[in-house]
Design a protein around this ligand. Structure first.
Ligand code: CMC
Length: 404
C-alpha cells in the first residue's frame, strides 16, 4: 500500500490527511489524526465507509459482483479447488503446489480428533441446546485444552492453533448435531477428505455403514469455499476486535461464532427455511410478497438483498447451480423446495425487488441445499462457522502483518 497526502475542508477548517492507495479498490483517507487536528470524531457505525485495517486477504466489489480471495476469483476457486485448498490460500497467501497441498491435507486430517474430555464436556448441555450455543462454548473451550497454542505472539503457536481450529471445528459441529439427536459421536476417519469426513461424522451410526455421496460432498465443500471469507463482515470484525487485545485464537473465534449466529448474518439461511415453512405452500407466496413490500410491516423476505452486492452476489450464482445439482441427484421433492423455487421466480420478476436490486443471496440457496442434503436447519449456521474458521484463523496467524 502506498500513501500520499490530501487536503480536506470541514466547515471553515482545512486539514491535510494521508490518503492510502491499495493494490485494488478505492483510496482510503487515514483519519487517525482527525481528532487531533479538528477536535471531531467520525460516525460510521455500520463500517459503510470505513476500513478497519489494512488487509491482503479478501476483496469485494459489490457493484461489479466480484469476490476475490488473495486475488483469485471465487468462481475459479469454487469450480476447480476444494475447501482445504482455499484454507491454505487464505492462510499462506498463495495456492499450494501439489506437494504443499498433500502435506496440508495430511496435517489437517491428523488433527481432526478432539481431546476425549471434550466429549464429557458435551454432556453438560441440554439435548435441545442450539448447535450454535454448543459451538460458541466448545470452540471457546478449546483454549482450555490446547494451552500450547494460545500465545499469538509466537508464529509457530499461531500456525498450530490455525491447524487445530480448521481440523477440529467440523468434528465439534458434527458432535453438536449427534448430541442433539441422541446418537453416539462418530470419530473422524482419516482416509476421507475433509467434507466427506464431516458428512460421515454427521450421518454414520455404529450399526450401519455410511457411504458418502460425492455430489453432496462436493456441494457442501463448495458451500464451505463460498463462505470461507467475506472481508470486513460482522463475525470477522468481531474476531479481529477480540484478537486486538492479544486474546487467544480459540476464544476470539468463539466470539466470532457468537456474532455469526445473528439472523442478519450467518443465521440468515436458517431464517430462510423458517420463512419457507411459514409460507407453507406456493399459493400463499403473494401474501408474503405483499408483506415484504409494505413499509408498515417489518417482515422482509429472508435470503433476498445484500448490504454489499447491489448487482448480484457471485456466490449466489455458483450456489444456484449447486442447488440444482443436488436436487437433481436426490430427485428431491419437498413442499418447502417448491415454495423456494416459486418465490425465487416471482421475486426475480417483481418490480419492487428489481428496482431495489434485491436478488436472492447465497443464504437463500445454501439453506435449500443443506436441507436437501439432510441437515437440520438448526445446523446451518454451525456449518457457516466451520467454513469461516479458515479465514478467521488466517487473521490470527498473520498477526505480524497488517492482516491481523
Ligand atoms: N425484503 C423486502 N425488502 C427489503 C429486503 C428484503 N429482504 N431487503 C431490503 N429491502 C428493502 C428495504 O425495506 C429498503 O426499502 P426502502 O428503500 O423503501 O426503505 C431497501 O430495500 C434497502 O434496504 P436496506 O435495509 O437499506 O438495505 P441494506 O443493504 O442495509 O440491507 C440486508 C441488506 C441483507 C440486511 C437486507 O437486504 C435484509 O434484511 N435481507 C434479508 C436478510 C438476509 O437475507 N440476510 C443475509 C444477507 S447475506 C449474509 C452474508 O453475506 O453473510
Amino acid at each position: 500500500m502506498t500513501a500520499t497526502s490530501g487536503s480536506f475542508h470541514i466547515g471553515d477548517k482545512s486539514i491535510d490527511l494521508p490518503v492510502k492507495h491499495g493494490t485494488v479498490g478505492p483510496d482510503v483517507v487515514d483519519i487517525g489524526k482527525l481528532f487531533a487536528q479538528t477536535g471531531m470524531f467520525t460516525y460510521d457505525p455500520g463500517f459503510t465507509s470505513t476500513a478497519s485495517c489494512e488487509s491482503k486477504i479478501t476483496y469485494i466489489d459489490g457493484d461489479a459482483g466480484v469476490l476475490l480471495y488473495r486475488g483469485y476469483p471465487i468462481e475459479q476457486l469454487a469450480e476447480h479447488g476444494d475447501f482445504l485448498e482455499t484454507c491454505y490460500l487464505l492462510l499462506y497467501g498463495e495456492l499450494p503446489t501439489a506437494v504443499q497441498k498433500a502435506d496440508f491435507d495430511y496435517r489437517i486430517t491428523r488433527h481432526t480428533m478432539v481431546h476425549e474430555q471434550m466429549a464429557r464436556f458435551f454432556q453438560g448441555f441440554r439435548r435441545d441446546a442450539h448447535p450454535m450455543a454448543v459451538m460458541v462454548a466448545s470452540v471457546g473451550a478449546l483454549s482450555a485444552f490446547y494451552h500450547d497454542s494460545t500465545n499469538i505472539s509466537d508464529p509457530k503457536q499461531r500456525m498450530i492453533a490455525s491447524t487445530r481450529m480448521i481440523a477440529k471445528i467440523p468434528t465439534l459441529a458434527a458432535m453438536a448435531y449427534k448430541y442433539s439427536i441422541g446418537q453416539p459421536f462418530v470419530f473422524p476417519k482419516n482416509d476421507l477428505d475433509y467434507t466427506s469426513n464431516f458428512l460421515r461424522m454427521c450421518f454414520a451410526v455404529p450399526c450401519e455403514d455410511y457411504k458418502v455421496n460425492p455430489v453432496l460432498s462436493r456441494a457442501l465443500d463448495r458451500i464451505f469455499i463460498l463462505h470461507a471469507d467475506h472481508e470486513q463482515n460482522a463475525s470477522t470484525s468481531t474476531v479481529r476486535l477480540a484478537g486486538s487485545s492479544g486474546a487467544n485464537p480459540f476464544a476470539c473465534v468463539a466470539a466470532g461464532i457468537a456474532s455469526l449466529w445473528g439472523p442478519a448474518h450467518g443465521g440468515a439461511n436458517e431464517a430462510v427455511l423458517k420463512m419457507l415453512a411459514e409460507i407453507g405452500t406456493p399459493e400463499r407466496i403473494p401474501r408474503y410478497i405483499a408483506k415484504a413490500k409494505d413499509k408498515n410491516d417489518p417482515f422482509r423476505l429472508m435470503g433476498f438483498g445484500h448490504r454489499i452486492y447491489k448487482n448480484y452476489d457471485p456466490r449466489a450464482k455458483i450456489m444456484q447451480r449447486t442447488t440444482r445439482e443436488v436436487l437433481n441427484e436426490l430427485g428431491a421433492t419437498d413442499d418447502l423446495l417448491d415454495v423456494a423455487i416459486e418465490l425465487e421466480r416471482i421475486a426475480l420478476h417483481d418490480d419492487y425487488f428489481i428496482e431495489k436490486k434485491l436478488y436472492p443471496n447465497i443464504d437463500f440457496y445454501s439453506g435449500i441445499t443443506l436441507k436437501a442434503i439432510g441437515l437440520p436447519i438448526e445446523m446451518f449456521t454451525a456449518l457457516f462457522a466451520v467454513a469461516r474458521t479458515g479465514a478467521d484463523s488466517a487473521l490470527h496467524r498473520d498477526c505480524d502483518s497488517a492482516d491481523r
